[in-house]
Design a protein around this ligand. Structure first.
Ligand SMILES: [Zn+2]
Length: 224
């Protein structure tokens, strides 16, 4: 805890004070550029990896960057999605998975291993589509490749769940929202984005901005 308290003092003296104008502006309200959905994993830092400031990202985090389908679990996730799209007028939603995701590792593992973690086991049911795709399409992979593929497939599956939320569906229909499937690498610090044309995740620099039409084809590789 000492590290955290010391950090608060350093923030107040070295960041908040010198950037007073920014923080004063934020008191008046927020106008974030994007809704950023990612894993709770401590190694993923949305503001750090996108080099953004307070006020730039509306962030939703949970184990495994899951988006429960509309109606299945109308809790914090549905509220954050609805508020960011309808009240804040968000135009871009980024769903970002990451390598070495413990939640996805648990999803691929033996259910008996989660016997003592009933809340985790219950939460991972929102990734059932991912688990089934892995079971039916990727039986031959090595354990390492299997986890990497699972993490990617889960980002695509959760994008599909996003679409079931009325606020998202309506904004997509109006052409006012773009969905982006990202993957953050703990090894390289790089971000890859799903390219629907290529049917794979490509380094972000090489990928055109997502469009509602592109987003509509996300997950297409599963039918290949
Ligand atoms: Zn994770």
């Amino acid at each position: 805890m000492e590290k955290l308290i010391e950090g608060i003092h350093r923030f107040q003296a070295g960041v908040f004070g010198p950037q007073r104008a920014l923080f004063d502006r934020l008191v008046e309200g927020q106008n974030p550029d994007a809704l950023f959905i990612t894993c709770s994993d401590s190694r993923v830092s949305p503001n750090l990896l996108t080099q953004t400031k307070p006020g730039d990202l509306f962030i939703l985090r949970n184990a495994g960057n899951l988006v429960p389908a509309w109606g299945s679990h109308n809790g914090a996730e549905a509220a954050a999605i609805e508020y960011s799209v309808d009240a804040l007028g968000i135009r871009d939603i980024i769903l970002c998975g990451h390598t070495h995701c413990g939640a996805m590792n648990a999803l691929m593992g033996d259910p008996a291993d989660l016997a003592e973690l009933p809340a985790v086991a219950s939460w991972l049911k929102h990734a059932e589509s991912t688990r089934r795709v892995m079971r039916t399409h990727y039986k031959e992979l090595t354990p390492k490749a299997r986890l990497e593929t699972c993490i990617e497939e889960n980002v695509l599956a959760q994008i599909e769940n996003l679409r079931t939320h009325p606020a998202v569906f309506a904004a997509l229909t109006r052409g006012e929202l773009r969905l982006h499937a990202w993957m953050y690498s703990l090894e390289t610090g790089g971000v890859a984005a799903f390219d629907p044309e290529a049917g794979q995740f490509l380094p972000l620099n090489d990928t055109p901005r997502g469009t509602p039409e592109d987003a509509g084809r996300l997950g297409g590789r599963r039918s290949i």
